[in-house]
Design a binder for this molecule. Sequence first.
Ligand code: NAP
Length: 489
Amino acid sequence: MSVTDRLDDKSLFRTDSFIDGQWVSGEGGVDVLNPANNAVIATVGDVGEAGARKAVAAATRAFESWKKVSPFERARLLMNWYKLIHENAKDLATLITLEMGKVHKEAQGEVIYGASFIEWSAEEGKRVHGETLSTPFPSSRGWTIRQPIGVVGCITPWNFPNAMITRKCAPALAAGCTMVIKPAPETPLSALALAELARRAGIPDGVFNVVCGDAPAIGGVLTSSSDVRMVGFTGSTAVGKLLMKQAASTVKRVALELGGNAPFIVMDDADIEKAADGVIASKFRVSGQTCVSANRIIAQPAIADKLVAALEARISKLKAGDGFASDTDVGPLIHMTAVSRVDKLVSQAREQGARIVTGGKSLADELGGSFYAPTLIDGADPSLDVSCSEIFGPVCSVYRAESEADIIKLANDTPYGLAAYIYTNDVGRVHRLSEGIEYGMIGINAPMVGAASTPFGGVKESGIGREGGKWGVEEFTELKYVLLGGVEG
Ligand code: NAP
């Protein structure tokens, strides 16, 4: 079945870049594959460096008028976009499942989650205020204003092809910025469908541009152009570091949402069944391919065996399959190479003496090359790659630590610091552990942390800046101070 056969609104299927309100075809073509069966579902042209320059020029022109549009009018246009996304949620979710394999009900959840940032930002854009300040000069007055930073380059990953765009673009547009977006080559269709809906919503030409193609060429323009005032990136820590270096040449602001290696701490007073449910929700969503996925389950020894048994009972029942099948719990990984990478991590743990409690193998023979069995490992050494790296697959490991000091040490034993989870009913433990671990977001008896109203982001090598809430809008503004001298009576 072709992509358009699956869509109610066939004009949401776009394979050209969107620059200055026009669909622009590129050279050659990058195939977009359905990871569930590796069939080519679309071919998207590469607009390269020239396309990126054209988009930056369009966004620079558009900024001059968009920054002057009142926040109330910007909110009205954003709410048009929000409503169109809701009206077309089914098709947008279909595109997500097709291009990255996500289980369809999770894809529907992503569309609604992504749209919630538009609604929130539309409102919050009206509340971008300055302050009046005291000054050392009796007859002077000082105040601050917040102004949009300018053109923003935005580079996004494939794992949330819709929401990682709206989480940046909604606050940026609400603040009065214009955007040039480079989506991941695996998932351009979601980005281009969002552009089509932004166009229908009445967002002016040049304000929202999507350029597809060669990453270093487009990224080179976005990080080096002095017309681009900020780069917002979501993706791996390795690429984030490279973009940060490149952006240094023009002292651009960077907002980086990078990788994670989340600890999931279960204390001996916790409700073990709830903790096991929490691990499943946090770990196996998107087949473990999320930055906030629980990788390392750290349990106190008194309850560790009970927790392993509760996890085994749940994980061994998870059904892998095509994201469109109604009984699928875990979809494919993004590529066959992702399966090889995950399998290597698990094999290394097995060879080092860890116990593979359930799973631990590719499902190539049963389902196809992009599938990996939901896997639980017990007794992995904390120095192994499976413990130290971002797994990005349906695999988690249980570790044991007794004292709070050892638990904090193990949780912090990683360069990452994005999300962490703590299961306990002891309020003293809540305070000591949440203050002791170095993470940007902590869920206490809660396996999911993201919402439009709250700050999303990490510390250490997990990134710089926050998306969501009032902080998400502020990121896209410059703070300006004005001093009015000599106000005599
Ligand atoms: P990735 O390999 O870093 O790629 C992300 C984006 O960067 C893609 O669009 C990619 O395009 C582009 N890119 C790569 N090299 C580039 C360059 N030299 N110049 C400009 N752009 C470049 O990450 P991914 O595999 O797509 O996504 C998974 C990663 O994202 C994980 O580490 C995950 O934790 C992280 N993530 C973080 C968050 C968060 O909020 N913290 C959310 C979601 C995902 P090409 O593929 O064409 O190179």
